[in-house]
Design a binder for this molecule. Structure first.
Ligand SMILES: O=C(O)CCC(=O)C(=O)O
Ligand SMILES: [Fe+2]
Length: 321
């Protein structure tokens, strides 16, 4: 975006917040969508045409970030309590609204609509976004759920060590024919990842065994035959018990995707929208600082049709159970 467009986005956000002393993103989401009609027309046209083309990775740069940004919080819990970087949450919701409807999960980051992604003490090697020393393997966001997002939206507030977000596009991979055939069949189990506290006693610190978690059975490749969609997270996807052919296909798919991975280094004010059907994403390792200058992103998930979610939850809510 140009500096002029950036100032226009900031003005829409500032006006919105000035009229509302309390920050309640779940309640405001519909109104945010309305206000997104005031975003610069060039930005809206860019996002709408990228959505129609199903571009796998959409990057928007030069979004407004507070010049006096507070220190990076030590965890999402602290960010929630202190309401850190509210305007940036709103900016992400505003631009994201052009691509889809933001939604959240009852059991992830306390049901917040916009999440904080920052490294946390004790989570360095976890399989969640609070990790750092451990690589976040390429994954479909919320792979376990049929109402998962069409886009994962990430907005960068800080990234001092230029840590890369990895992305691999399904269209970059040439799956061998026998593997492709197996991947198109319902021979795979998709489990909730460690950030979803799905069964009693399962916390990020004490994850339960995959087999004990509720899961869906489906295919890895699906959708349009000429350019299929993809659903995979090597850490939380397994073949059906005893299906060694599906197990081998899954392994091959993960290897081919890893080989096709590219790196996007987000700078403050950049937002990336990863098409969660057309690409998988992950993150490189890094050394956390824990001094308030750490890498910090805001994240939300966007779905094209919120009614699919309403039908699933049997409630007019943006939160999935
Ligand atoms: O930190 C990143 O760049 C991506 C992390 C991630 O996979 C996520 O937040 O969903
Ligand atoms: Fe992710």
């Amino acid at each position: 975006m140009s500096d002029e467009e950036k100032d226009q986005v900031a003005a829409v956000a500032d006006e919105f917040l000035a009229a509302r002393p309390v920050w309640a993103p779940l309640e405001y989401a519909d109104r945010v969508r309305t206000e997104a009609e005031r975003l610069p027309v060039g930005v809206r046209r860019f996002l709408v045409s990228s959505r129609a083309a199903e571009d796998a990775v959409i990057v928007l740069g030069n979004l407004p970030v507070d010049e006096d940004l507070v220190p990076t919080p030590p965890s999402w819990q602290v960010a929630e309590k202190e309401e850190s970087a509210i305007r940036e949450e709103l900016v992400l919701m505003l631009v994201g609204s052009v691509l889809g409807e933001p939604f959240g999960w009852v059991n992830q980051q306390n049901g917040r609509l916009v999440h904080d992604v920052c490294p946390s003490r004790g989570q360095e090697n976890s399989l969640t976004s609070a990790s750092s020393r451990q690589q976040l393997t390429l994954h479909t966001e919320d792979v376990f759920h049929s109402c998962r997002g069409d886009y994962v939206a990430l907005m960068c507030l800080r990234n001092p060590d230029a840590v890369g977000t990895t992305v691999a596009l399904v269209e970059s991979v040439d799956f061998p024919e026998p593997v492709r055939r197996v991947l198109h069949q319902d021979r795979f189990r998709f489990f909730p990842d460690d950030s979803h506290h799905v069964v009693p006693q399962h916390t990020t610190e004490n994850p339960s065994a995959l087999e004990d978690r509720p899961h869906e059975v489906a295919s890895v490749l699906f959708g349009p035959e000429e350019s299929p969609y993809l659903r995979i997270d090597a850490d939380f996807t397994e073949a059906m018990p005893g299906d060694t052919e599906a197990e081998a296909a899954l392994e091959t798919a993960a290897e081919l995707l890893a080989a096709a991975a590219e790196r996007v280094v987000l700078s403050p004010g950049d937002a990336v929208f990863v098409d969660n059907h057309r690409a998988v994403h992950g993150r490189d390792t890094f050394t956390p600082r824990y001094d308030g200058t750490d890498r910090w992103l805001k994240r939300t998930s966007l779905v094209r049709d919120l009614r699919r979610t309403y039908v699933r939850t049997k409630s007019r809510s943006r939160l999935l159970g």
